[in-house]
Design a protein around this ligand. Structure first.
Ligand code: MG
Length: 257
């Protein structure tokens, strides 16, 4: 199932499913770009509703340097345990957002990431049980203000500015997303990042066990699993697409005031 939250033409927020025209679950290309949205017996044209973020996280727990090729391009060592930081709820942005980036910065980067959406409240989860708390997967962009990230220990300015985490367009149930799912990012149609879920240094089950050693995860919380090689700067008017195999295609634009 591909779950989508949206505001219908009357203004009501609904939780529906994203389907192909024939009623089967939307494939990677369709979720976010076509098909139809179903709520109960009603069908909606995706272009006629506002697509909202597919979940409402109380926090996004982000993992840094979780792909060896990205650690290398950042001149960083691969850490011996997951590097964790938070993005608060103000960072959530939805499919088709135009995101105003902080003004006066030299470099704000895109980072394509696989987002793990939490199904049920949990703490101290054993690695062997970890996949039981996964509702599904979504696409996420970890927008990163390098000017300030490189000047501070706690990346509030660098990572937690408003709308610094576009997510969506759907939460795809785990069975849709293969272990080697492709993760790709394009800027203005040009491929910039291309990797797979199996390249993660710390796999999802290990991340869940480590994170819940320290904090409680709530339903709808998201774990951003890190970005592969190919991060780069964004410029005024850029259009960003993140495509994850089995999930869909998340699109947003940026403007720089
Ligand atoms: Mg990141």
């Amino acid at each position: 199932m591909k779950r989508v939250r949206f505001r219908d033409p009357s203004g009501t927020v609904r939780s529906g499913t994203w389907l192909e025209e024939d009623g089967t679950p939307a494939d990677t290309e369709t979720a976010g770009t076509g098909g139809t949205i179903r709520f109960g017996a009603r069908s909606y044209d995706p272009d006629a509703v506002d697509i909202l973020a597919p979940c409402e996280p109380s926090k996004i727990v982000c993992v840094g340097l979780n792909y060896a090729d990205h650690a290398d391009e950042q001149d960083s060592e691969v850490p011996d345990r997951p590097l964790l930081f938070l993005k608060p709820p103000n960072t959530v942005a939805s499919h088709h957002s135009n995101i105003r980036l902080p003004a006066g910065k030299e470099r704000i980067d895109y980072e394509a990431e696989l987002g793990v959406v939490v199904d049920s409240q949990c703490r101290n989860v054993d690695e062997s049980d970890a996949m039981d708390i996964v509702a599904g997967y979504t696409c996420l962009v970890d927008l990163s203000n390098r000017d300030d990230q490189n000047r501070e220990q706690n990346w509030v300015r660098g990572k937690a500015f408003d709308n610094a985490a576009p997510i969506g367009p759907v939460v795809a149930s785990p069975e849709h997303v293969p272990d080697d799912a492709a993760v790709e990012l394009r800027v203005n149609g040009e491929l910039r990042q291309s990797s797979t879920r199996e390249q993660l240094i710390f796999p999802i089950s290990e991340l869940i066990a480590e994170i819940t050693t320290y904090l409680t995860l709530e339903p709808g919380d998201v774990i951003a699993t890190g970005t592969p090689q190919g991060v780069g700067p964004l410029f005024d008017g850029d259009e960003v697409d993140v495509s994850i195999e089995g999930v869909g295609k998340l699109r947003h634009t940026v403007s720089i005031p």
